[in-house]
Design a protein around this ligand. Sequence first.
Ligand code: PDD
Length: 287
Amino acid sequence: MSRIAYVKGRYRPHAQATVHIEDRGYQFADGVYEVCEVARGYIIDMTRHLDRLGRSLSELQIVWPVERDALTAIMREVVRRNRVHDGLVYIQVSRGVARRDHVFPVSPVKPSLVVTSRASDPQAARAKAGEGIAVITVPENRWERVDIKSVGLLPNVLAKQKARESGAGEAWFIDHDGIVKEGAATNAWIVTKDGILVTRPADFGILRGITRTTVMDIAREQGLSVEERGFSVEEAKQAREAFITAATTLVMPVVRIDDAPVANGHPGGVALALRDAFFDTAEKTPV
Ligand code: PDD
């Protein structure tokens, strides 16, 4: 079965799903994106993802490419046409196609919308969570507006590649003060010896992860305390547990940071319990 993508207003096989060479997303990374998890035939936390898409668009003064309800219908249709039961749906909006010039097009152009979907293996993900992953640390070298989910991801790409080459699953960006910001494509958390969940405040220094927000809902339901504050690499190494969150990884235990094991080097019980509770608490939109 060939994969189907939504591009230029139509559903097309991937081989024919192309964008213009002067699309500003392609030339300037002048665009934004979202990734929603698809689990058991539901799109997860779609409302929050679309709220954040709206915020990213407005920060860059890009208008919605289609009405929000229409986008919802397109997302569901792309997931359906690709027969994705578990996996993800990807949405990208660029400012549109215009003759190359750094300033915004003088006469408004229509933003370009691309929606794709692909399957993943939930059992493999569960097995990975049972083992946990290693992270490496890298100096923060991104721009200040990482709260905008922009497609300009080169530092993230390079950090993630470095992690891969080091046998790790994620790279954590560290600020000038030695405080963990977030991962290349995930938010970062620890659990203190007292059982308190700690994650950096979602100010302008990190992306306000949707999975992060839903994990906070679960923590509240389970009576766990959450502290939004920075933590150092040293504190993370000494913590009872560490984990990352994203729509692509859900809650994934971190068992090693650079060369040091976290606690006993095994996935922590809090992280695994949060992962187990995630589907029930998250918003579920049937495909
Ligand atoms: N990344 N921080 C960064 C830099 C991210 O790129 C992501 C998500 C997150 C977690 O956000 P959420 O919980 O809403 O997925 C945090 C997506 C999954 C990606 O780039 O593929």
